[in-house]
Write a protein that binds this ligand. Structure first.
Ligand code: ADP
Length: 207
């Protein structure tokens, strides 16, 4: 059971990945989280992350290999944030083949652009405890955290202009990767506007 969840900004990859991983009792591997962890001990990766640069295909794939060899990945895993390039998709297949494994299904999450705008522009985070809020889970008191009463801030890159650019970049970059999986017959496109819990059924459906 090796699932890849992919999608543009605000499609809710993290939420759906968590639900699926919990239901199947396999780990949710977010390469972003994995890298932030490695960055604590590795200056080169720390610098790349803070400059917003992608980590090289070889380095990220090596890190991923170490992760999937851990015991909890024996039955499978849900991958989120990888592959980000066609090269990574190819390297992943080589890596999995080495262990007699293969990707089960790739789920592309899609939402209308208007919803991405609504979700991203309505997103805020507590500057004190880090709790997140959004259109589906607003704070009880405007601008204040429900948990600790801290001040809520919006991410500086969450603006309409940067979001249009991020959606555009996602479309350009993801096209070759999606084509690659479509050709293999393992790509499923999912409407991610609502019902994140449906991911469990969707994962088991025929393509
Ligand atoms: P975001 O959703 O903002 O892109 P992520 O948590 O997915 O955040 O990733 C954070 C950073 O980690 C990325 O900006 C990139 O530098 C690095 N990263 C994550 N996944 C990959 C990957 N598959 N290949 C290369 N770099 C990656």
């Amino acid at each position: 059971m090796i699932y890849i969840l992919t999608g543009g900004p605000a499609t809710g990859k993290g939420t759906r990945s968590d639900i699926l991983a919990n239901a199947l009792e396999i780990p949710h591997i977010s390469t972003g989280d994995m890298l932030r962890n490695v960055a604590k001990k590795n200056l080169e990766i720390r610098e790349k992350l803070s400059n917003g640069e992608l980590i090289s295909d070889e380095i990220i794939t090596d890190l991923l290999e170490q992760r999937i060899l851990e015991n909890d990945c024996k039955e499978g895993f849900v991958l989120d944030g990888y592959p980000r390039t066609l090269k990574q998709a190819e390297l992943l297949d080589v890596l999995l083949a080495k262990y007699g494994r293969a990707v089960t299904k790739v789920m592309e999450l899609t939402i209308p652009d208007e919803l991405a705008f609504k979700r991203i522009l309505g997103r805020s985070k507590c500057t004190h405890c880090g709790a997140s809020y959004g259109i589906d889970f607003p704070p009880k008191r405007k601008g204040r955290c429900d948990i600790c009463g801290g001040h809520l801030a919006v991410r500086t890159d969450d603006t309409a202009e940067t979001l249009s650019k991020r959606i555009e970049t996602y479309r350009e970059n993801s096209k070759p990767i999606l084509d690659y999986y479509r050709d293999k017959g393992i790509l499923m496109t999912v409407d991610a506007s609502a019902h994140p819990e449906r991911v469990v059924e969707e994962a088991q459906m025929e393509i």
